[in-house]
Structure formats: C-alpha cells, structure tokens
Design a protein around this ligand. Structure first.
Ligand code: GLC
Length: 536
C-alpha cells in the first residue's frame, strides 16, 4: 500500500495540516474558585496551547445544562452555562484564539437535548402540543412495557414512561437526555439556526456528538438480540443497534450539515461515529453529497498494541478511504481510558510519535501530553453517570476527566479549591511546570514532535507507505518532493533491528522517543525514531 503526497497546486483546507487539541472545559482551568474549569480559565491558558504547537481547539460542551451528563445534556443550544462563563467570554476566547492562529471548534449535540430544554418541556406538556413530534414519543407495547426492546447506552431501557401524557419517550443515553426527532423538518430548521448562531460568531467548526445515532428506523422495530452478549458488558450490548442507529438517512443529514458549514467557507465538521471502518467511511459521503470532513477514527483506543496489528489497522483504514477522504487519528478522549495506562509509559511515547507522524489530522486530548497513565477514582468521588448507573463494570469515564495539572501547588494550579474530580495520582510529577523543566518528559516530547510536524510538510501532506521492518517494529515512510522521512517504532521492550530502505542512508535524526544517541542500525527497546533519509 502506498499513498501519494497530497496533490500540489490545489489549496488544501486548513484542517488537513492541523492538529486538534481537545479540551474538557470542566477540567482544564478554574478561574473563579468553584472547583470547575471555565472559559476564562481556558483563555488564560491560550499561550500554553499555542506554545504546544497545535492548530485548533475543540471544546466539549459549554452550553447551559443541568449537567446530568456534564454538558452533553444541553438545555439551551445558543448560550453558555454560567458555570463556564458568558457569551461574551466565549466570543473573547474565539477572538483571542484567532489572534494566536488557533481555530476553535465547539461540540454540537444534536441527537438529544436535556429534558430541561424548553423544547422538551413543551413537547411533554400534552400530546397535541406543536412540539410533541420534536421528540420520539410512542405508546407502550400492546401487553404493557416499553414500545420496543432498545436499551440505553447508559444501561436500562431506552424508553421512559411519562405519566402525564401516558406515553414513553426515547432516550439513547440518560433519561435526562431525550432523543430529538430528526425526521421532523422543524427540528432540522431549529438546529440549523443553532449552527448558524455559532458560525456567525466565528467558530471554525464543530465536533458532532454521536452523529450515527441521530436517525432511527422509521417504525422503530425491535433490535436483534446480541448473540455475543455476556453479563458484565453493559446493557447497551444486550441488543445490536441495527434499527436504533446508523440508518441510511443519516448520510443525507450529514450532507446537509456539510452544505451549511461549507457555505461559511472553510469550517470543519468532525463526526463522532463509532462503527466498523467500512461503515465509518460512508460518513465521508460522496463527491456529489459530501458528508462530514472528518469522521473520527477511534481505532487506536482499543487496538492490540503490537506492530502487526497496528500495521493491519493502518493499511485497512488507508485502503478503505474514499478518494477525497482525508484520514484522521485519535489517541484519547474524555470517554476513553488513558492509553498510557494500558500500554505503559514508554509505549505511550511511541504512541505519541505514531499519532503525530501518521497521515491525517491528529486529535490530542488534554493531559495526554503529560503522559497521564492509569488513574483511580475513589468510589465516593465517582461522578460519571455511566459508572453510577452500572457500577462495577469498569465503564467509568472519570479517570479521563481529572483536572489538568499545571504545577505542584495544592490542587496542581487547576483551582484554589477542591476540584470537582480528584487529580490523577502522579500529578506531583506529571504536571506542566515540572515537565517543562525536564528534557526527557512527555510534554517535551510532544512539543518536539509537534515542532517537527510543523517544520516538515511531508509529515502533514506527504505520501505514506508501510515498509518492511523487523518483527515487533512498525516502519513507514512519509515523503514529498523535497524530502523522505522514515519512522521506526519499536513496540517491544527488546532491542530490534532498524531496516533502512535499499540504497538509503540516514541523513538526520529528527526526533526520538528516548535520549538521542549515535545510531548503530538497531532500535533500543521501546524506541521510536523519526529519521530523514536520502540516497546513499
Ligand atoms: C458522546 C460523548 C459522551 C456522551 C454521549 C452522550 O459519546 O462523547 O461523553 O456521554 O455522547 O451525549
């Protein structure tokens, strides 16, 4: 498999060369001493973000919300929750991010609103309310009980009984998150206004929450039982989501979002879509009806961490991409356990090098640049509703949401008061200030890799090919008209051989996950290298 460099001569959109940095606003920086992060806190850290060398920020939801799902239960799409600040604050953040050359993406949560949203209050007020059909209401099954067998992703049935009007409403997530009915044109129009509201205020795009869930099969048939379900998996896996997600009409909706975004110029849409690769690819849409620019590629989250598996994943993904589709890679998020906790500190450094040298747009999650590993949350501090509703299954997401550690003062410089979630245990070491001083820290490595990526166009828009390597090593080349780079990642804790392509010699070591050394044809255990090579 060999992918040629992106065609010269055609202007490429900014996001193809960009690195996206995800901020979980509750946990980035508290500025008003309530133990919860806020927009002013983020604004005060813009220099840190710009200094990292990333190009765009994506903020998890900052909209008014009762916070049942920490902002993914929106009660007003066109305002800012007081806990995070004001509309003025976000406008100032957008302006000051732009001054530093940083783009800003917000999180659009279209599948569901909070049940506190005035739309839902109206919808639930009576069966003949004009907004009744804005949500998905159904009678119970003939023998009693919910209308069908769909389960909520947060556990339990996906239906909640509403006593006052004698019907059930659908909630793919918490009972506090009612699914909107995207088959209703009024919902589409209202949500288009939401997108316009923010585009008009200068946001550079959106990450679209659970895009693949937004449309359900028209007559809501039962989902097939999941033959692979075993207790302990979480009740969402009781059934296969054949009818409750990923319906054909979703692509028409994605295309409509895209058309709107494109009408504002270069605005980016990133879709959260958790599906197998061939289904994921469909979210790029077609040449005539393009879908989202970047359907999130989450494959590194759970991939077995060995060279052969990763090579197969990369090859399959690159091969499946449609001709106009731009790749992307993600290592962490507010929903997934920290990768370093699973693969260890040294391989987390290799993973950083992988993320920032693969072809495509990388998304980096706050705190991963500090090398935060396994985090344990004392039971009495658990806040994630997914964990609280299905205790003991290991579904908790709090470990990925602990406050950012800035220094070794009390509460790590995140806040002056006890934060809403505890800090990660290693914060006295894994914090920005102490990693800043340490040339061997993860932060220093991320900065160096981001700088190399900035300096070398071949890493951003160059070609990509996997090349032969020693067992346990992943090697690939990136190149363009001006240069040729070889990336060699030793995924074993043993010395391995470095394979140089025939007739090539090392010209320069651009980055190493370890201390720079004289190269001798080998890779040290767990070592990753970015090399410039040329004809010998
Ligand atoms: C997405 C979010 C997650 C949230 C869910 C429901 O997966 O990333 O945090 O709980 O959607 O909105």
């Amino acid at each position: 498999m060999s992918i040629q460099p992106a065609i010269d001569g055609r202007a490429r959109p900014w996001w193809e060369s960009a690195v996206i940095y995800q901020i979980y606003p509750r946990s980035f920086q508290d500025s008003d001493r309530d133990g919860v992060g806020d927009i002013e806190g983020i604004r005060g850290r813009l220099d840190y973000i710009a200094g990292l060398g990333v190009d765009a920020i994506w903020l998890s939801p900052i909209f008014p919300s009762p916070m049942a799902d920490f902002g993914y239960d929106v009660s007003d799409y066109c305002a800012v929750d007081p806990i995070f600040g004001t509309l003025d604050d976000i406008e100032r953040l957008i302006a000051q991010a732009h001054e530093r050359g940083l783009r800003l993406l917000l999180d659009f949560v279209p599948n569901h609103s909070s049940t506190v949203h005035p739309w839902f209050a109206e919808s639930r007020s009576s069966r003949d309310n004009p907004k009744r059909d804005w949500y998905i209401w159904r009678d119970g099954a003939p023998g009693g009980g919910p209308p069908n067998n769909w389960t909520s992703d947060m556990g339990g049935p996906a239906w909640e009984w509403d006593h006052a009007t004698g019907q059930y409403y659908l909630h793919t997530f918490l009972t506090e998150q009612a699914d909107l009915n995207w088959r209703n044109p009024e919902v589409r129009a209202a949500m288009t206004d939401v997108l316009r509201f923010w585009f008009d205020r200068g946001v550079d795009g959106f990450r679209i929450d659970v895009l693949w869930h937004c449309i359900k099969a028209e007559d809501l048939p039962d989902n097939p039982a999941n033959p692979d379900f075993v207790p302990g998996m979480g009740e969402k896996f009781l059934v296969l989501q054949h009818h409750s997600a990923n319906q054909p009409e979703i692509h028409e909706l994605a295309a409509a979002f895209r058309m709107l975004a494109d009408s504002y110029g270069e605005r980016l849409l990133v879709g959260e879509i958790c599906l197998p690769v061939d289904e994921l690819m469909r979210y790029y849409g077609s040449v005539d009806a393009p879908g989202v620019h970047l359907p999130f590629n989450f494959q590194l989250f759970e991939a077995r961490w060995d060279a052969a598996t990763l090579a197969a994943i990369i090859a399959a993904y690159e091969t499946a991409l449609p001709p106009e589709g731009w790749p992307n890679w993600v290592l962490g998020s507010h929903d997934a356990p920290r990768l370093a906790g699973r693969i260890g500190d040294l391989q987390a450094r290799v993973a950083a090098m992988l993320l920032l040298t693969l072809r495509g747009t990388p998304t980096l999650y706050q705190g991963d640049e500090l090398g935060i590993g396994r985090v344990s949350i004392p039971p009495e501090r658990i806040r994630d509703p997914q964990d609280l509703r299905q205790p003991g299954l290991g579904l908790g997401r709090d470990a990925a949401r602990t406050p950012m550690a800035w220094n070794d003062s009390v509460y790590a410089g995140f806040s002056e008061v006890e934060p809403w979630l505890p800090l990660h245990g290693s914060w006295p070491v894994h914090n920005v200030e102490s990693e800043d001083r340490d040339p061997a820290s993860m932060l220093t490595l991320y900065r160096r890799l981001l700088a190399v990526r900035r300096r070398h166009a071949s890493l951003r828009t160059g070609g990509f090919r996997l090349v032969p390597s020693d067992e346990g090593v992943l090697q690939y080349e990136r190149w363009d008209a001006d240069e040729r780079l070889l990336i060699a990642l030793n995924m074993r804790s043993e010395t391995r051989r470095l394979f140089l392509p025939d007739g090539a010699a090392i010209a320069d070591v651009l980055a190493s996950t370890q201390a720079l050394r004289t190269l001798d044809g080998s890779l040290a255990p767990d070592e990753g290298l970015v090399l410039r090579i040329e004809n010998a």
